[in-house]
Write a protein that binds this ligand. Structure first.
Ligand SMILES: [Fe+2]
Length: 341
């Protein structure tokens, strides 16, 4: 199918999470992790990192069930909103125009239920907040600088790769073997990724990745959580990723949403930038030091919501039970380890 020209996406800009206790979420994201508060109401918090110019990188909205409501991308021009609407209409996706001001700090937006089952948003106009880069006096916790990427769980990684390719994303790294694409990292801004895919029962949000400038900031939040006897919120790491070379830790917020603190990946902006392909049999791919991945990291993820705020049902993976069993025996985890029923 010949698709219309896609919107010119600048980067992953913000996400909206539904949390069941806004005060607890505030304590985790603001008091412990160190996000700056751009705006707040009785029902929502708008947070940004210390380097961030746009109004927010994360909306925490109070609701009855934890979920991920939307993933928002900034686009290059106002005309890209029309391109987004036409692009998703051609894909047969339901879309909606959101007037300026409905989301504080964000202009008119186009939302779509994308072919993978996620609610995605595209906006151009954004209120610029004070950049707090040199307000060292205000920094706390992990000193998050900005949103870096989304990571989503999808039942068909190859289909997700094809769709995001059509949306103009470049491919930086993969985990694969001769038959299967297990995971892929794709970018618009000139880093390793704005979006990555983890194979499993989707659509679900796997994690939000926030950038810190230095590895000691990743370590410091672990020490803080240890001091508070909140060590159970450290799910995996700290460590060095093989894929992306990033220094990382994965945390779980009070609702179980997964947050990665991430630093020191690399520049991907040159034309013809080569793809780094990791064998699924290389134990360094997920952790460069060979540390095993905890099972919850593969199996647990956040429910996502449709345009009306209803939870999206999960799609079964396309692999047959026999293939899954073979892979579980031969390959080990990459989102394909759970035993077939
Ligand atoms: Fe990540």
């Amino acid at each position: 199918m010949e698709l219309p020209v896609p919107p010119d996406i600048v980067r992953a800009a913000y996400a909206e999470l539904v949390v069941t206790d806004l005060a607890e979420a505030r304590r985790f994201y603001v008091d412990l992790l160190g996000f700056a508060v751009s705006a707040e109401s009785d029902t929502a918090l708008y947070l940004r990192g210390y380097d961030e110019l746009i109004h927010h990188n994360l909306i925490l909205r109070a609701g009855p069930e934890a979920a991920a409501a939307r993933l928002a991308y900034r686009v290059r021009t106002a005309a890209d909103l029309d391109r987004a609407e036409a692009f998703f209409a051609a894909l047969g996706s339901r879309t909606a125009r959101v007037p300026a001001g409905v989301t504080p700090g964000v202009g008119e937006a186009v939302q779509a239920e994308d072919p993978l089952g996620f609610t995605v948003e595209f906006f151009f106009e954004a209120a610029y907040a004070e950049r707090l880069q040199q307000r060292y006096d205000l920094r706390r916790g992990a000193e998050p600088a900005r949103l870096d990427h989304f990571n989503i769980v999808v039942s068909d990684v190859r289909a997700a790769y094809s769709y995001y390719s059509s949306l103009g994303f470049g491919l930086s790294e993969t985990i694969e073997d001769d038959q299967t694409l297990y995971a892929a990292w794709m970018f618009r801004k000139q880093t390793v990724h704005d979006m990555a895919f983890t194979g499993g029962e989707g659509p679900r949000l796997h994690h939000l990745g926030f950038f810190t400038h230095e590895s000691h900031q990743v370590l410091r939040i672990c020490d803080i959580l240890g001091s508070l006897h909140a060590e159970a919120q450290i799910e995996r790491g700290p460590g060095r990723h093989g894929v992306s070379n990033a220094f990382y830790v994965y945390l779980r917020d009070p609702d179980g949403h997964r947050v990665e603190l991430y630093t020191s990946d690399y520049y991907t902006g040159d034309p013809g930038h080569p793809v780094l392909r990791w064998s699924v049999r290389d134990p360094r791919r997920r952790d460069f030091w060979g540390h095993p991945v905890v099972p919850s990291w593969y199996s647990e993820a956040s429910t996502v919501l449709d345009l009306d705020g209803r939870p999206r049902p999960l799609l079964a993976r396309e692999q047959t039970a026999e293939q899954m069993a073979e892979r579980a025996a031969e390959v080990g985890a990459d989102g394909f380890t759970r035993s077939p029923l």
